[in-house]
Write a protein that binds this ligand. Sequence first.
Ligand SMILES: NC(=O)c1ccc[n+]([C@@H]2O[C@H](COP(=O)([O-])OP(=O)(O)OC[C@H]3O[C@@H](n4cnc5c(N)ncnc54)[C@H](O)[C@@H]3O)[C@@H](O)[C@H]2O)c1
Length: 334
Amino acid sequence: MRFKGTRVLVTGGAGFVGSNLVNRLVEEGAQVTVLDDLFTGRKESITCLNDIEFIEGSITDFDLLEKLMSNKDFVFNLAVRNIIVSVKSPRLDFKVNTEGTFNVLQAAKNVGIERVIYTSSASVYGNPRYLPINEDDRLSTINPYAASKLCGENYCNAFYETYGLPVAIVRYSNVYGINQTPLNPYCGVVSKFFDSIMKNDVPHIHGDGEQTRDFTFVDDAVEATLLAAITPRAEGDVFNVGTGKETSVNELVSRIIAITGSNVKHNYIDRRDIDNIRRRVLNIEKSRRVLRWFPKTTLEAGLKKTYKWLLQQELRNSDVMIKDPEKAVDALVD
Ligand SMILES: NC(=O)c1ccc[n+]([C@@H]2O[C@H](COP(=O)([O-])OP(=O)(O)OC[C@H]3O[C@@H](n4cnc5c(N)ncnc54)[C@H](O)[C@@H]3O)[C@@H](O)[C@H]2O)c1
């Protein structure tokens, strides 16, 4: 119960990673306030909605942020306009991801916060020169999303060095799992593939499928984020959050097809302008050493957990009356 009795603000707490973080914080006994404008977030993802304070609003509202932070110990900043929105509308991305993060830091400085945790992205590495990627490797912002996420990191560093604001940064790589709903049009590739395959539709791979990523199960990403908040040596530092394992999109789709037992075949379509990163796998040694964190969930286990959850959602939303959807899917997925 590391967070028992602590007062925590989570921005973007109704989103995919945010809702998992909020659910964990409440389990650990924290008093949680969520600030989310419900752009992509869904209140239903927060299973403990009755145990938290939910504020519908934006991190672009500085006065609101300052008010909400006035009695908080920790702030986790997960509010974001995601990569797809950001490429279509870089100004909106700038407004939320950069200026919004600046607001979070400025408000935290004004009221005095024990630690601000900023969730950044492996997209700040662009196309890496070496693999696996270390935290101090060259950064290269090859799309507006990467630029705004790095800008957020830079402001974290500036507030830490100039004003002594305690911050820690985690750089996530392709997080997937429970609450990454295909209902969100900007959901990640794992959720998209499951959605198509479960509907017996052909999953589309952009490009040749040989592009690789480091897929991280959400529980592991949440645990690293919590550790970044409470590990004394994490202050002022940045940590990769991945698995250290490289998986191609072709392999990912084959695994998902095998797990679901489907007969569908994937096909290939043109790559999009955001598909300009060929290979990605993170070196997680620093996180192991400093945070004493390591990812516990293999890709196979994480995909099975995700599939189970998606089946449960399907049963819940179907007309068939099923008493206990959780038990019902246990029989389907071992
Ligand atoms: N999911 C991933 O694979 C991944 C990878 C790298 C980094 N990240 C980072 O993790 C964090 C969470 O990402 P996610 O995947 O959960 O995204 P998400 O889109 O599911 O969640 C973002 C949440 O922020 C909310 N939001 C958007 N604009 C807001 C605003 N102006 N004010 C308040 N709330 C706002 C959305 O409604 C949503 O609930 C982000 O900082 C993102 O950059 C995620």
